[in-house]
Design a protein around this ligand. Structure first.
Ligand code: NDP
Ligand code: AKG
Length: 447
């Protein structure tokens, strides 16, 4: 008989094997806290060392990306692809272009993706990649040259049944098109090797909107389960990228009141609630013109808080949609003091462990990103399905599928996370996500 696995012993080993990777340690610890007690009750997983295997990526590739800027200077960045786990389908997960990209960040994201992709119920494994390249301030031509050079290294590691990357921070539909164009040029194949493609060459309707819309749907389901209505609720949204803007848009559709958006320069506060017309203007400023939000201060009836996050503003719901560890213990205390009732993560791991404890202590409903932001990768999997059958589904069909997937993810979290007096969505998401991948790994034997 095996002795029970302990969190301390497991984490000590993981940290020793992966030193200097704080984000990866943080993501694994959060999962291990809920999964280890489950493993101790289900010894087949312990005997097969499933958690040890799940925390070791299948493969990590890192490569030099050399490109030329507009002045003719040679520039060098580091690119990566972390192929984390393909037990239930081809590696699937985004590419991030940001100076903060490191192996630790990509391993945390790839690990989270394992559970998220499993929760969607669709046949997708987990991966993540990117480069420490900063697209801010670069010309279109520079971005194109960078993407071409990046894909020249990456193409040999990916394929429609092997690994299918998509976008993430700093990688939107423009970058995906440059990456796809280069893949096609090198391989002469037009196939489902990336998702988030433009509609003209195989993209899916609502992929762009899906992560943010899905997050709003998850919050709606979580509130409904606790006898609250999302209608008229005041909302704080952080970020003003793909996820934040579409989360805000769906909240407007659901008649909630969006008070904020933010970016790395500060927070835009709209006391009367954001309108669809204002949102269109912000999309243009952030997505097309790639400017800072403060340029809007004189256009709307709003305030701009320079270098401040949204969390000090009084509201009932919070949607962190910018980046990891953006919402700290202090921010969580401000939300609690202002009687916030629920938090749903659009970004990956945006709340620190200390912030999550404050939510728990104050009985604030809390949906972790691996459940609440799974709508994006779910619609990516639907894009792969449409490519396979060479058909396109309508906006209405896809939105209905997305809505149902988010409701199913919510219900699975409840099924595995229901405690005597509350639903622990972290435990629910981790255990539900774990079981499918772990059972597939058991079935394969020792591989
Ligand atoms: N795109 C997708 O489908 C999915 C994305 N996610 C996650 O959602 C999050 C956002 O991704 P996405 O919207 O695609 O990325 P974008 O690049 O489109 O937008 C990122 C936004 O976050 C802001 N931001 C980034 N870093 C900081 C910071 N340190 N402080 C304040 N604001 C910051 C950016 O501000 P600025 O404009 O000033 O740079 C920008 O508004 C990430 O955690 C990502 O992993 C999760 C699931 C799927
Ligand atoms: O659509 C995808 O494949 C990836 C989305 C993603 O990177 C994420 O869910 O964090």
């Amino acid at each position: 008989m095996y002795d029970d696995l302990t969190l301390e012993h497991f984490m000590d080993g993981l940290i020793k094997r992966n030193p200097h990777e704080p984000e990866f340690h943080q993501a694994v610890k959060e999962v291990a806290e809920s999964v280890i007690p489950f493993i101790n009750q289900n010894k087949q997983y312990q005997q097969a060392h499933i958690l040890e295997r799940m925390t070791e990526p299948d493969k990590v590739v890192s490569f030099r990306v050399t490109w030329e800027d507009d002045e003719g200077n040679i520039r060098i960045n580091r690119g990566y692809r972390v192929q984390f786990n393909n037990a239930i389908g081809p590696y699937k997960g985004g590419l991030r272009f940001d100076p903060s990209v490191s192996l630790s960040v990509l391993k945390f994201l790839g690990f989270e993706q394992t559970f998220k992709n499993s929760l969607t119920t669709l046949p997708i494994g987990a991966g993540k990649g990117g480069a420490d390249f900063n697209p801010k301030g670069k010309s279109d031509r520079e971005i194109m040259r960078f993407c071409q050079s990046f894909m020249t290294q990456l193409y040999q590691h990916i394929g429609p049944n092997m690994d299918v990357p998509a976008g993430d921070i700093g990688v939107g539909s423009k970058e995906i098109s440059y990456l796809f164009g280069q893949y096609k040029r090198i391989t002469h194949r037009v196939e489902s090797v990336l998702t988030g493609k433009a509609i003209e060459y195989g993209g899916s309707l609502i992929r762009t909107e899906a992560t943010g819309y899905g997050n709003a749907y998850f919050m709606q389901a979580m509130l409904a389960h606790h006898q609250h209505d999302i209608k008229s609720k005041t909302c704080l949204v952080s970020g003003s990228g793909n996820v934040a803007l579409h989360c805000a848009e769906k909240l407007i559709h659901l008649d909630a009141k969006v008070l904020t958006l933010s970016d790395s320069s500060g927070t835009l506060f709209i006391p009367d609630g954001l309108t669809q017309e204002q949102l269109e203007k912000i999309k243009d400023i952030k997505i097309q013109q790639r400017k800072r939000l403060d340029v809007l201060t004189h256009e709307f009836d709003c305030e701009f808080f320079e270098n401040k996050k949204p969390w000090h503003i009084k509201a009932e719901l919070a949607f962190p949609c910018a980046t990891q560890n953006e919402l700290t213990e202090e921010d969580a205390k401000q939300l609690a003091d202002n009687a916030c009732i629920a938090v749903s993560e659009g970004a990956n791991m945006p709340c620190t462990p200390e912030a999550v404890k404050v939510f728990h202590d104050n009985k604030i409903l809390y949906a972790p990103g691996k459940a609440a932001n799974a709508g994006g990768v779910a619609v990516s999997a639907l894009e792969m399905s449409q490519n396979s059958i060479r058909m396109s589904w309508s906006h209405e069909e896809l939105e209905e599928k997305l809505h149902n997937i988010m409701k199913q993810i919510h219900d699975k979290c409840v099924q595995h996370g229901e405690n005597e007096d509350h639903v622990d969505y972290v435990k629910g998401a981790n255990i539900a996500g774990f079981i499918k991948v772990a059972d597939a790994m058991l079935a394969y034997g020792v591989v």
